[in-house]
Design a protein around this ligand. Sequence first.
Ligand code: F6P
Length: 325
Amino acid sequence: MKKIAVFTSGGDSPGMNACIRAVVRTAIYNQVEVVGIMQGYKGMIEGGENFQPLTSRSVGNIIQRGGTILKSSRSKEFMTPEGRKKAHENLKANGIEGIVCIGGNGTFTGAEIFYNEFGIPSIGAPGTIDNDLYGTDLTIGFDTAINTAVQAIDKIRDTADSHGRAFFIELMGRDAGFISLAATIAGGAEIVMLPEIKEDHHKVVEFFKSRSESKKSFSIIIVAEGNYEGGASAISQMLNKEIPGFESRVVVLGHIQRGGSPTAYDRVLASKLGYGAVNALLAGEKNKMAGLINNKICLTPFIDAIQQKKSLNGDLLTMIDIFNT
Ligand code: F6P
């Protein structure tokens, strides 16, 4: 393999740049040329200036930067055969023989379909704040996102304490509650509501009804974006209806969780997985995600990374109940 491409796709995550840097420098070390594709699959379809040759210098001074220098997108067109045909023509015209794709579920699904149609091998690196990919203990960006969330919770805690208020804080995670679960433990919140656990708002109602006995003056409740009864606003409204005179405040943290300089942990993880992805591609592997399991770089077929469900750590849920006294 003499020339590979790298791109980022789907929701960006802090550490993607550190991963791009690792991919480019590992490839160049192995005498392989690298092309960066701007805007993910969208840029692959549009071609032209979206295909940018990358050198070691092009990825200098980016390890500390959030976002992605290659930009990102969620491409609907790549889901169509016509879109993928155009993408293939552009890859061929640029002499690309292999791909490192940095992203999540949608990114790897696209790469798998693309290989089956056109035979261009891909290796993925898991870049998403959600940490919802099977085959890696942590995804690139998750650690930074939970640190951002915890900093916000700490600040909200100050004002919650001053006013003796209840706060519902909504954290990202459409389908997965990993961010909310970790932030609940680290932020010392009392209850967490997750997409994976069909626990309705009555648990929170009971909690507030018995709160006077526990002598708590303020409360922090974390609600994951994909909670099945709705987000933080919906839950707070349900409580307003069920508990007369109940007063609370809602904070939706949103995309703040996606930005910012990656933590040292995310930089190291991203570097290992970028390095691992290129080595796997050059060793002839394909359609697999490079992940970190028990601190070792491991390859998991895309199909498993996408379809298998990574389970929540049940111990953390038990701990939240125990600590919530
Ligand atoms: O996949 C990461 C994520 O941040 C999810 O937690 C969230 O549901 C989604 O992306 C938001 O996507 P967008 O930025 O396209 O609105």
